[in-house]
Ligand binder design. Sequence first.
Ligand code: ADP
Length: 638
Amino acid sequence: MNEVKFTQKIIWSLPFPAILVRGSRSDFELIFANEAFLKITGKKVDEVIGESLSDHISESGKNGLSDLLNALKNVFQKGKEVQVSSRRYIFQDRNSEWFGEKTFKVILTPINDSKSSRLTLLTFYEDLSRDKQGSTYEQNKKLERLRDETQKIARVGSWEVDLQKNTFYWSDMIKEIHEVSPDYEPDLESAILFYKEGEDREKIREVVQNAINTGEAFDVELQIITEKGNKRWVRVTGKSKMKDGATIRIFGATQDIHKKKMTELESMRVLKNFHERVKEQQCLYEISKLCNLKTETDDLLARAVEIIPEGWQYPDITVASIKYGDKIWQTKGFVETDWTLRCKKDVSDKHSLSITVSYTKPKPKLDIGPFLKEEKLLLESIISNLVLATERIENLKKLEELNTSLQKRTAELTRSNNELEQFAFVTSHDLQEPLRMITSFLTQLEKKYGEQLDEKARRYIYYAKSGAKRMRQVILDLLEFSKMGADENKKTTIDLNEIVNEVLSQNRRMVEELYAVINVNELPVIQGYKPSIRQLFRNLIVNALKYHQEGQPPKINLSAEETDKQWLFSVRDNGIGIDPAYHEKIFEIFQRLHNFEEFEGTGIGLAICKKAVQRHGGEIWIESQPGIGSTFYFTIPK
Ligand code: ADP
């Protein structure tokens, strides 16, 4: 059975007129009437339900129904019980004629149904004393009983203190609310002691005393501790009656509003919590927005410190401070008090960042400790965000610095490289002329005076000539090295099989003399700078022939492997091999492992190879063992 149905059932059995109305702004609709009410009007339930209140009841006198309607509006808006003092009412009968004029006191009690539309219960108490008719003791007794029953619905009881007779009265409902036995005899002091010690008890004392002293009415919501030790919210209203300027009686009602109050408090608590969480999220959102926006640590932290207090329960008394390295940012009037929350984290192992949040003064009635557990979490989230942002900003700065210095170094390197190549080109070019002169005069000397010279002198001339020849080779190689790539600015399609054939035919005599066996696997067609690629293959093949083992015909194998992004080439021989200690050195210019008598050469060949491969964005390296052979690998990106 829902609440309204239950209420209706009770109302139905009441022997005095009672109706339930639903409030609307303009009029009040009757939604239920009891038997006693119907008896007066002579109508059936379904004839009155849905009708307007003013169609069935009216007040005699010129105000009509306005007092009652005003009272109803009051109940509807404030949700509090209202009493309309005794007035004369007339009810409309089945013949639409007004009759039954009697004096009634009307009590309007708010009732909430489960759909939370406000209903009001109107109970009409015939004021027998006013009408002075049929006022018997019996009738009065009956009326009292009936009133008690109505009070039960709203769990409201009455009390009275007669200051002259020094008596104290509690109705049964009040005793029930206080969980005392029906024969409990209260007095003013013991009644007050039921109120919760502290604020509640002080308040009731104050309002009662005030009612006695000045006659002022009161209406308060306080907590009592019942006889059985249960905490219960009650609403106490009181009035005083004065005689000759002195209060002789104070009386009122006490209503059990525990259920309602608890719901109210709970929703207030939920609402407050919700509000706090929203504030915390808002603060965190502002901080993370800053973190994404700011590019300077100082700027970020100076702004962040101002935002932090906004996330706390009491922003007005909250101050914050951020310390990073030896710098500090603080909100205005920052002080560290006993109500302080701290958090510290390292930023990239260098400095640490710490945040302090303080309440500048103690807040009375702080709910749980000085800080909420959510506020501790909030502080941790804020610091994590700031640490990440600070790290990001600093890393970015370092990267920028690195980039600038790298760019500077690259520029320097390019310049010195260019200068070196320029120098090599100029010197090799300029040296050719005097060298030609030396060679030609030595040849002249040999030709014209050769027969006059002795054997020793002729040998000297021979050495000088072969030195000059070697020098010429060095100059030519150097010239080639420095010129490399200068006139290559466009890649072309190169069939590597053709290149290898070309190299082999140029060196056919050497191949034949050495009985070399050269195996060339199918090589690809690539995009590249032809002169560089030709030099690369020529130098590697010639070296493989040249550095063969004494008395052993060279066996050379050329092959290529394809991957997604590049070609991997290898040139393998069975020559003298190279000690791993020199595997990197040999690619440097002028680095040779043999003297001229052993193997002819200038030490420029592999440097040219390296330069050629690098020009194509590839790499070159060697795997070799002395006495077994060497394999040169290089890659050419596609
Ligand atoms: P060069 O051949 O003119 O001396 P390179 O730059 O071509 O100059 O080679 C540098 C050195 O690397 C050579 O002096 C030689 O000692 C070694 N080398 C090059 N190729 C081979 C090879 N296939 N087998 C063994 N040693 C080699």
